[in-house]
Ligand binder design. Structure first.
Ligand SMILES: *Cc1c(COP(=O)(O)O)cnc(C)c1O
Length: 495
């Protein structure tokens, strides 16, 4: 049965999956949500015998119902290939009493690759299906990892251009170097004076500008989004939770049907929302554990029912989670409001006007499957060091936030269910923070020296993504004020 997509803010304007992928954001400012969440139609036992690509097909076909089998399989094949440094695509590593689901084996060594290596293909197929003649311009705000993963995914993809905005002083040196060395004639990278929320708000504003859209349409361009609000990113992220469950079953770590917990280091709420969808589809997940860094707006939300972004923005060692407006939370709000766009819209308007909203008790009652907590900077560093000292396994700062929060959860609840921690970045992407956590003496070393040292102490190879930027030339040095983002876009398009 076909699945259509509703906006979280207006009743009744259903679109097909390919249209939702093309648009990214609905015209009313809402996010696209499937009209119902499909159930898995293969058994857990069957999933336990599947490769990553097979799992991807079985999960994604349930959502992208206007794609043919061949189209979807082609997209999957182009996405999950040698760009990943392991055939497993997303290996599970046991350490310190949990299973780390390593989502960082793609081109840019962070979990964004899981979805952004397939999105360009989903998008070009969607464009063809909908007879789009315009060139598609991907506009992206990034807190560090999305930007590079989107650039890598879209570079030189015919019929597309990509513009990435990042907070000039809000990403790690390696993240910045990865982006500004991006090749591809259709790529444009701009640092803005502002933080990630400024970049994201700026991009949303450009998207919402109808006059600009019709002007660009005349010139043969139309915008789309690679941000985690696009269902073309959300759906591929559901896959690896199903895959991880299958692998645990295959290894005999769990029994068929046994419930597991999932811990996700969270920023924009996309990754954990995908886990929520996996659970709604019938995957045996008990708790969804939402881990925040010191920007703990989600922790406060789960504790109090009030979402309040009016607070100081903290720059942490897990910059991809330095976010005060978690865009994808809107989808959860819509669902717990009984799929009611009016109620959701009211809350989102409160958020955009006053920076805060409070959900009803009835809505709160539906959040019992979630647990939220956070890790301070000090706790994050300590988690990296202790796991390394106890097991030899090195995790990045984002994963450490999750690992620390899992420790707090276990202490509070004594819940011993088998637990999967989403490991969202390679430690090589945040080498300085990681090595500093392990031993302060490393502070004096250069970035690439640190990578070599990390390789020695962890017994892992320096990833290709890092080797490549050692010597790469800087190709992008544009910087602009947060109020000049639209001009940066039109300049790049030459209109
Ligand atoms: C993007 C990102 C996150 C946060 O994921 P969301 O889907 O935005 O919640 C966590 N860790 C890393 C390394 C990331 O790149």
């Amino acid at each position: 049965m076909d699945i259509l997509y509703n906006s979280t803010r207006t009743k009744g304007s259903k679109v097909k999956a390919s249209e939702a992928i093309l648009k990214g954001l609905s015209e009313d400012g809402g996010l696209f949500v499937p009209e119902r969440i499909p159930a898995l139609d293969k058994t857990l036992k069957e999933f336990s015998e599947m490769t990553y690509g097979q799992t991807a097909y079985e999960v994604m076909k349930l959502y992208l119902t206007d794609f043919t089998e061949q189209e979807l399989k082609d997209c999957i094949q182009k996405a999950y290939d040698e760009k990943f440094d392991t055939e497993e695509i997303a290996p599970l590593k046991e350490a310190g009493g949990a299973y780390y689901l390593e989502l960082f084996h793609g081109a840019t060594i962070a979990f964004k690759d899981m979805a952004l290596s397939i999105l360009p293909h989903l998008l070009t197929v969607s464009a063809k299906k909908n007879h789009v003649k315009n060139e598609i311009v991907i506009l992206t705000a990034t807190s560090g990892d999305t930007g590079k993963a989107a650039l890598a995914g879209f570079a030189d993809v015919e019929g597309t251009r990509i513009v990435v905005f990042y907070p000039k002083n809000g990403v790690s040196p390696i993240q910045e170097k990865q982006m500004v060395t991006q090749k591809g004639k259709n790529t444009y990278v701009v640092g803005i004076h502002g933080n990630f929320d400024d970049a994201q708000s700026g991009v949303k504003k450009i998207f919402g500008d109808k006059e600009l859209a019709s002007y660009l349409d005349e010139k043969g361009f139309q915008f789309s989004s690679a941000n985690s609000i696009n269902i073309g990113r959300l759906v591929p992220q559901i896959v690896y939770y199903v895959y991880a469950y299958g692998k645990l079953l295959q290894k005999g770590s769990i029994k068929d049907g046994e419930k597991i917990n999932v811990v996700v280091p969270t920023g924009n709420f996309g990754n954990i929302l995908a886990a929520f969808y996996a659970k709604q589809m019938g995957l045996p997940i008990d708790k969804l554990i939402c881990a925040s860094n010191e920007n703990k707006v989600l922790y406060d939300f789960f504790r109090t029912g009030t979402y309040d972004r009016n607070r100081e923005f903290v720059l942490t060692s897990s910059p991809s989670m330095d976010i005060l407006i978690s865009s994808n939370l809107e989808r959860l709000i819509y669902h717990i409001a009984g799929n009611d766009p009016d109620k959701n819209k009211e809350l989102m308007e409160m958020l955009s006007k006053g920076g805060a909203y409070t959900i009803t008790d009835e809505m709160r009652g539906q959040l019992s499957g979630f647990y939220g907590n956070y890790a301070s900077e000090e706790e994050t560093g300590r988690t990296i060091r202790e796991l390394y000292e106890n097991t030899g396994y090195v995790i990045d700062t984002h994963t450490a936030v999750a690992s620390c929060v899992y420790g707090k959860y276990r202490e509070e609840t004594e819940d011993k269910k088998v637990t999967v921690i989403a490991s969202t970045a390679s430690p090589y992407k945040f080498t300085r923070s990681v090595m500093d956590a392990i031993d302060h003496q490393y502070v004096k070393m250069e970035d690439f020296e640190l990578a070599d040292r990390l390789s020695e102490i962890s017994g892992t190879k320096v990833p290709k993504a890092i080797e490549e930027i050692r010597t790469a030339a800087v190709l992008h040095d544009h910087v602009c004020d947060k109020t000049e983002m639209q001009k940066a876009v039109t300049d790049f398009l030459g209109v």
